[in-house]
Design a protein around this ligand. Structure first.
Ligand code: B12
Ligand code: GTP
Ligand code: MG
Length: 401
């Protein structure tokens, strides 16, 4: 049991998910919200999740604990498999717990406990009891040193950067190494969906390459908790060539976690990636998360601004500072009726800038969207990703161990 581990003032990070062949997500949705209200950072993976996807995400996110909500009747085998997969990936010290109402009996729970499950909550347990016990038992300091290697070591290093937040300023990350694209745009414009589609292009076009995704989401200003929900859209992150890390802003108002510069630096310097995409939180008209306007160090090599057709009107477009600074602009959700007007208004705004900024019309929710293909090609050109035509041959990327 994790009860004897040291405590830390940093928020508990918990990965929650619903197992494969199970669509019962209303319990975990309620529990996620309650966890966030109690100051916990929740990385929600979604429903119908495999044991390997859960273990991969838990290690990359370096969570304190994994919480599963299981109603499909396969809990004895599934929880055991998650524990085994965590051990295989070096995350054997991450406890696994969960619930499933009346589908998990006390006799089942005894078997599960023997197989490595930390705790099961039965039907009728009050939310307040669960929250108090989770906060009591699953807080711990980041693990120092240890035998972590590869992505596991990288995940821990990012956690350490988050824990040192009070000391460092926005140090300028080292240049060179992987090409870093900052992705910003209003809440819900489709940044995560677009990033996932770009990831699918990368995986197809660069069979030997690796991509890192750094997703920033807001902390609640009252509780300090957060729902780090960008992973739900990350279907293609279920591949060992993708490293996905969620960061809560923890009071930073820049649109990024204060640890993001250090995390970008770690990802670059790791030499493990060919492309790094950094998603900001949903940004406003004056936002400049990646330091494009000289008020802080420039954090990325290129910036992609993602807009959706419902931005208001031309006057709103004039106020969006990032439209002046972004290298690439995507008008997403082009399946909407307003997209035609939006496209011409945004194009006119970009023409006024006179910087030759390209406008890409995308529908990220549509598989194989040609607009996303063109956007990926533009990024690949900037990043000098030398992909094989049609993705048939390995691209000539330098992959360091
Ligand atoms: C709501 C519900 C549905 C909804 C799901 C909506 C949704 N999006 O989640 C709908 C109607 C869609 C549905 C569909 C089905 N359902 Co249904 N469903 C239920 C029901 C009534 C409630 C489950 C629930 O959400 N409870 C609310 C939670 C908050 O309370 P709780 O379950 O008591 O959990 C407690 C703890 O365990 C803990 N907890 C739970 N998870 C977690 C996780 C963590 C991390 C923590 C800390 C705690 C925790 O929280 C609670 C604290 O008190 C149960 C019956 C029941 N009364 O349990 C059947 C039930 C789970 N469903 C069942 C079945 C069979 C189905 C269907 C297959 C039916 C069908 N033939 O189509 C489908 C499958 C859907 C799918 N895709 O998977 C069976 C499962 C039988 C089994 N496994 O042996 C049940 C048990 C009903 C029954 N008696 O037959 N279902
Ligand atoms: N119709 C339509 N819906 C889309 C498209 N792209 C994304 N969506 C939907 O828009 C919603 C928000 O998408 P996300 O990718 O989560 O948006 P986001 O910008 O990352 O959101 P935040 O991170 O919360 O700021 C989801 O329901 C997506 O399925 C699109 O091209 N067309
Ligand atoms: Mg997002």
């Amino acid at each position: 049991m994790a009860a004897s581990t040291p405590r830390t003032a940093a928020p508990i990070r918990i990965l929650t998910a619903v197992p494969v062949c199970d669509g019962h997500d209303s319990a975990i949705t309620t529990i996620n919200l309650e966890l966030a209200r109690h100051g916990i950072e929740v990385i929600y993976l979604g429903y119908h999740q495999s044991a390997s996807a859960i273990a991969r995400a838990a290690v990359q996110e370096d969570v304190n604990v994994v919480g599963l909500s299981s109603y499909n009747g396969g809990h004895i085998v599934f929880f055991r498999e998650v524990v085994a997969q965590l051990r295989a990936r070096g995350g054997g010290d991450i406890p696994v717990f969960g619930g499933g109402g009346g589908t998990i009996t006390p006799a089942d729970a005894r078997v599960m406990r023997r197989q490595g499950t930390d705790r099961i909550y039965f039907a009728g347990t009050p939310l307040a009891t669960m929250m108090a016990e989770i906060r009591r038992d699953y807080a711990r300091l980041p693990r120092a040193g240890g035998p972590a290697r590869g992505d596991h070591a990288l995940a821990r290093a990012i956690t350490r950067a988050e824990h040192r937040l009070r000391r460092p300023a926005r140090a300028a990350p080292a240049r060179g190494g992987a090409f870093v694209v900052g992705v910003a745009g209003p809440g819900g414009a489709g940044k995560s969906t677009l990033i996932d589609e770009l990831t699918s292009r990368f995986l197809r076009r660069c069979p030997g390459g690796r991509i890192a995704l750094l997703a920033n989401d807001p902390s609640h200003p009252g509780s300090g908790g957060a729902i780090l929900g960008d992973r739900v859209s990350a279907i293609y992150a279920q591949d060992d060539r993708v490293f996905f890390r969620s960061l809560a802003t923890r009071g930073s108002l820049t649109g990024l976690s204060a640890a993001a510069p250090a995390a970008i630096d770690l990802l670059r310097r790791s030499g493990r990636f060919d492309l790094i995409l950094v998603e900001s939180v949903g940004v406003g008209q004056e936002s400049d998360p990646f330091g494009l306007f000289g008020r802080g160090p420039r954090l990325v090599d290129a910036t992609l601004l993602v807009l959706a057709p419902h931005y208001g009107g031309r006057i709103q477009l004039q106020k969006i500072a990032l439209l002046n600074g972004a290298d690439l602009v995507a008008l997403n959700k082009c399946d909407h009726a307003q997209a035609h007007t939006a496209r011409s208004e945004i194009q006119a705004r970009l023409d006024q800038n006179g910087r030759g900024q390209a406008l890409h019309a995308t529908t990220a929710a549509r598989p194989f969207d040609p607009g996303v293909d063109a956007l990926f090609a533009a990024i690949a050109r900037r990043a000098d990703l030398r992909a094989a035509p049609g993705g048939e041959k390995p691209c000539q990327l330098e992959i360091r161990a």
